[in-house]
Design a protein. Structure first.
Length: 59
């Protein structure tokens, strides 16, 4: 069984943008790697990493 089988957190990500304009991070307002046209939550690499650390499954 894979490690992901134990984690119930949805780990889907928006598609990466080929270039500007980039969506702003919903937490710090810095540019993200995702297209501005993406509808949903976008996080910059720093906030994405911090959120992953905060919500990581422990087991």
């Amino acid at each position: 069984m894979s490690e992901d089988a134990y984690c119930l957190i949805d780990s889907t990500r928006p598609p990466k943008a080929d270039g500007p304009p980039y969506a702003d991070c919903v937490l710090c307002q810095e540019p993200t790697e995702y297209p501005e046209s993406y509808k949903g939550i976008t996080l910059c690499p720093v906030c994405e990493w911090q959120e992953a650390q905060r919500t990581a499954c422990s087991g």
